[in-house]
Design a binder for this molecule. Structure first.
Ligand code: GLN
Length: 301
């Protein structure tokens, strides 16, 4: 039997024919398996696979065909310009969350003169995606990240070491703000917390339900438990003018924004859309003092 790369690609497309995205899955599995760049899949069509590689490909294709996300199979996920390790202890970082990081970076950049060394807190860091992207893209930031899952923190730490960012992030085990000293303050609090309602179980894609960590997905019967706790406790950990940046579910975005609008602690509350045009990010400024968030936020909508 021929075991060339071209034959491997053909086999992969055949075995993944029923999955939602056969071509991109096949290419991602093969590039990760063989340590190749995408263009090499065609440029090196004749490259033979070893018996071991061929065997592993067969196992990976079977796992993908049974619904396991590609990222858990390869153990890698791309997030902004980072390549992260992921295990089933952490959520697979999503493109929406890249937009949340973008929003935070825009503010840091707009406020760089006023706030040269911003303290940034990432709550429920999971793989470390948000914390590490901020640390790497905004070198002056002083980054702290928390997670209640020690398994997730181990993944985040390993990612930090592998990326040479080990000294840039302080990792703390515990729920939300709980591992912090009660009066420690930050210029930015950012989080992609769990925000799915347990009653929405049936609506979730099967691969998410079967493979991703439930504590990273679900937040009580209404999907609001984590957001409530974070919004409630953020004022005491944000400097005046500090930024709160949260990812949330489109269908509850207005409701959560409503908590902050008109509340004494907050101003400049806005919802921003993700790339698909759905409101997924809530930004707000802690009231009472010079803003670190741009003033025009409040006027955008
Ligand atoms: N902060 C991590 C991410 O954005 C994990 C989020 C989560 O587990 N809910 O990917």
């Amino acid at each position: 039997m021929e075991r060339s790369l071209a034959a491997a690609l053909e086999l992969a497309l055949e075995r993944l024919a029923l999955s939602p995205s056969p071509r991109s899955d096949a290419e991602e599995l093969l590039t990760r398996l063989l340590g190749l760049a995408r263009p090499e899949l065609t440029l090196r069509r004749a490259r033979p696979l070893s018996e071991e590689e061929w065997g592993r490909l067969g196992q990976w294709l079977a796992r993908r065909a049974s619904g396991e996300p590609v990222q858990y199979i390869t153990g890698r996920a791309a997030f902004r310009h980072l390549d992260l390790m992921v295990t089933r202890d952490v959520l697979i970082p999503r493109p929406e969350t890249e937009g949340l990081v973008e929003a935070v970076l825009e503010v840091l950049s707009a406020q760089a003169a006023r706030c040269p060394a911003p303290r940034v807190l990432d709550l429920g860091t999971g793989s470390g995606a948000i914390a590490l992207a901020v640390a790497s893209e905004w070198p002056p930031a002083i980054v702290t990240a928390t997670d209640r899952s020690v398994e997730a923190l181990a993944v985040a730490r390993a990612n930090a070491e592998a990326l040479g960012l080990g000294a840039r992030v302080r990792w703390l085990a515990g729920d939300w703000f709980e591992p912090l000293p009660p009066d420690e303050k930050f210029e930015v609090v950012v989080s992609n917390p769990p925000y799915i309602a347990t009653r929405e179980w049936d609506e979730l894609p099967d691969d998410v339900r079967r493979f991703e960590p439930h504590q990273a997905l679900f937040a009580g019967p209404g999907g609001l438990d984590a957001l409530l706790e974070i919004v409630d406790q953020s004022p005491r950990h944000l400097v005046a003018g500090g930024l709160l940046a949260l990812e949330l579910a489109e269908r509850r975005a207005e409701e959560v924004a409503g908590w902050l609008e008109g509340a004494r602690d907050w101003e400049g509350v806005v919802l921003r859309d993700d790339l698909a045009g759905r409101p997924r990010h809530l930004l707000a400024r802690r009231q009472g003092g010079p803003a670190i968030a741009p003033a025009q936020w409040g006027e955008e909508r």
